[in-house]
Design a protein around this ligand. Structure first.
Ligand code: ADP
Length: 667
């Protein structure tokens, strides 16, 4: 039994051992399988890694070749760049952020030839010090220390300003230094010697040319002035000759002499003005003046010429702008005369309208005065608009050829306008008309509006206006509206008659209607029982039987009509009186004594003939000295003084007369 048990036990143990063995063998098998799989994977990996390594090696080789190529190209580019920098004649250098020279070309270092210290590695300020100590630069009057300090300050600016220096050998270098992003400073020294010398030469030549041109203009100005005196004599004598009952044929010759002489005078005056401006001898003489009067004077002066062609000259002076300004009245008038004269000359039908306005400039208490002259004339081609402002320039085409002129008027106007701080321009449409405009700066003068605004009579109801011209009617309506006068406007005389003006109304008939029609309308009004004032505007009424109160000269100033109405206290009919010879007697003081100082004999004769119809006591002085003596002896009421006379000229003589007056407290 015991044996049996032992056997059994032993068998069990063997069976267990066998199972364990079996299990271990399984595990071993599994381990071997895994091992062989890992070994397989590893060998694949090794293979791949090997392949990758080979690819990398190949890439590396390629990169190295490319790198070698790139390095070679860089070296070539660097060499080329450096050779180029060396080739240029201007200096080139680079300094690092501590102002130490990194590199410099030969041109930069050339002025320091023989000074070994100047080269890469040197400090910028050290270069400055060496430059002054060795006398390499012109310090332009500064001490060495001052120059170095100024240059150092410049070098340390964020944006270094360019600087021109002159070297000991006369070379001019313009230093241009720029900060680079890296902190380096790139310094260029441009050799501008040739340019500087050329500019200096140019400036000298220009100065000489300008002086020569001024001398020529000055000569021209003198000559024109001298020619003017005898020319005045020719024109004046022709005028006097025409009053001596010449035959028809002689009259024709005399008129030709006179009109040619007058044309020549216009030309000489233009040349004189232009050459004066060119010789810088024309000065402006500002004074307080009545701008409104100046504009109307020009318009009234040029109106007769326009009227002959049926062209109306109108003025639209802004109702709210001042009347007085400070400026050179003669020159302002000259600009306006030129523009209006041209407008009248180049307009065959229609109108010429002068518009005046001004804007206060709060900043400097001046006024910007705007004047435009509009016409319905031949107009100007767009491409000629600039050309006509040049000296002696005219539009040369079929339409223009028949008009005379110098081609200087606009050139003078342009210069005068710019002397007055303004500009001049033109808008135009060929065949339709032109509008010339300019602005100038003028000082404001006291007395903004006319001192006394007219007080209108209480009986006034309406002002009836008959005027065929739209612009004329509109301007007059606005002028009266600003004076609180109510108007009724008509473009036709019959329409006005149909409207039946009555008590409390005033009638204004425009002279642009035919004279018989105006006379007929006036008579019809009277026949209908109209007793108030009837005025004819802009034309004389020669027939004294026409029942009108009077005529008003055109263009009408802003307050002309209100002023006339203000004086119409009692409506009454006044028939116009004829003009008489002017009576210059100063009332209780007896015949007016007039002294005229004039050195030219012909002018004295012309003057005496011109005033022969005036009742005056005229005395002549032949020069300034005699004028002063005559003044003291005669105490004249009025003195005409020629400016240019030998020995004592007009200005000096006037000064002496004024001093005498002050000394003796004469009025
Ligand atoms: P002028 O009138 O003496 O010829 P300007 O200098 O005053 O000289 O004018 C130059 C030219 O400009 C004139 O000849 C004319 O051709 C042109 N021009 C000037 N004003 C006018 C205008 N209002 N209408 C047409 N053309 C004009």
């Amino acid at each position: 039994m015991v044996l049996q048990d032992e056997l059994m036990l032993e068998r069990r143990a063997r069976l267990q051992a066998e199972r364990l063995l079996q299990m271990k063998q399984g595990e071993l098998l599994e381990a071997n399988r895994r091992l062989s799989k890992d070994a397989r994977d590893l060998s694949v990996e090794i293979l791949e890694s090997h392949q990758r390594q080979e690819a990398l090696l190949q890439q590396h080789d390629e990169t190295r070749v490319a790198l070698d190529l790139a390095r070679g190209a860089t070296q070539i580019a660097e060499q080329r760049l450096w050779h180029s920098i060396e080739t240029i004649e201007d200096g080139f250098a680079v300094f690092d952020d501590r102002s130490i020279m990194v590199v410099a070309n030969a041109a930069y270092l050339a002025p320091f030839d023989g000074i070994d210290a100047v080269g890469p590695g040197i400090w910028y300020e050290e270069i400055l010090r060496i430059a002054v100590e060795e006398g390499l630069v012109d310090t332009e009057g500064l001490s060495r220390a001052e120059w170095v300090s100024e240059m150092r300050e410049r070098w340390h600016c964020d944006v270094i300003p360019p600087k021109t220096i002159q070297l000991w050998n006369g070379t001019f270098a313009r230093l241009v230094d720029r900060r680079a992003q890296s902190g380096d400073t790139v310094s260029i020294a441009l050799n501008i010697t040739a340019e500087t010398r050329f500019q200096a030469k140019l400036a000298r030549s220009r100065k000489r040319a300008e002086a020569a041109s001024r001398a020529k203009s000055s000569f021209l100005a003198k000559m024109s002035h001298e020619i003017r005196t005898p020319m005045n004599g020719v024109v004046g004598m022709a005028q006097l000759l025409s009053e001596t009952n010449p035959s028809e044929e002689q009259k024709l010759y005399i008129d030709t002499i006179r009109s040619s002489g007058e044309a020549l005078l216009v030309l000489i005056n233009d040349v004189l003005d232009f050459s004066k401006i060119d010789a810088e001898r024309l000065n402006l003489h500002p004074e307080k003046f009545d701008l409104e009067q100046a504009v109307y004077d020009v318009a009234r002066l040029l109106r007769p010429g326009a009227q002959e062609k049926g062209v109306e000259v109108l003025v639209d002076y802004d109702m709210f702008m001042p009347q007085f300004f400070v400026g050179d009245p003669g020159r302002v008038r000259q600009i306006i005369t030129n523009l209006v004269g041209n407008a009248v000359k180049f307009t065959e039908t229609g109108y010429v309208l002068i518009r005046v306005s001004s804007f206060p400039d709060e900043a400097d208490a001046t006024h910007r005065l705007h004047i435009t002259v509009e016409d319905t004339g031949i107009g100007i081609d767009p491409e000629k608009k600039e050309h006509i402002f040049g000296e002696f320039n005219q539009v040369d085409d079929e339409r223009n050829r028949k008009f005379q002129g110098t081609g200087l008027g606009l050139a003078i106007a342009l210069r005068l306008v710019s002397m007055m701080g303004g500009e001049i321009w033109v808008d135009s449409e060929p065949g339709k008309g032109s509008s010339f405009g300019f602005y100038i700066q003028l000082d404001h003068a006291d007395g903004v509006l006319p001192a006394e605004k007219p007080t209108l009579p209480a009986w006034l109801r309406h002002v009836y206006i008959a005027d065929p011209d739209d612009n004329g009617r509109d301007i007059l309506r606005r002028q009266l509206a600003s004076a609180h006068v109510q108007t009724r406007c008509f473009d036709d005389l019959n329409a006005l008659l149909d409207a039946q003006p009555g008590a409390g109304d005033v009638v204004l008939l425009d002279g642009a209607f035919k004279a018989p029609e105006v006379a007929k309308a006036a008579r019809a009004l009277r026949e209908s029982g109209f007793e108030n004032a009837i005025y004819v505007m802009g034309a004389s009424v020669d027939d004294s039987s026409v029942p009108v109160n009077g005529t008003l000269p055109k263009p009408l100033k802003r307050f002309d009509v209100p002023r006339v109405i203000a004086n119409l206290m009692v409506p009454e009919i006044v028939v116009e009186s004829k003009d008489e010879a002017p009576d210059l007697q100063p009332g209780a003081q007896g015949t007016m004594r007039v002294l005229a100082a004039e050195d030219n004999k012909t002018n004295r004769l012309v003057f005496s003939k011109l005033v022969k119809s005036a009742r005056i006591n005229l005395t002549f002085a032949k020069d300034g000295r005699e004028a002063v003596a005559q003044y003291k002896a005669l105490r004249p009421h009025l003195v005409f003084m020629d400016i240019s006379m030998p020995e004592v000229d007009g200005k000096e003589a006037t000064g002496q007369i004024r001093a005498y007056e002050a000394e003796h407290e004469l009025p």
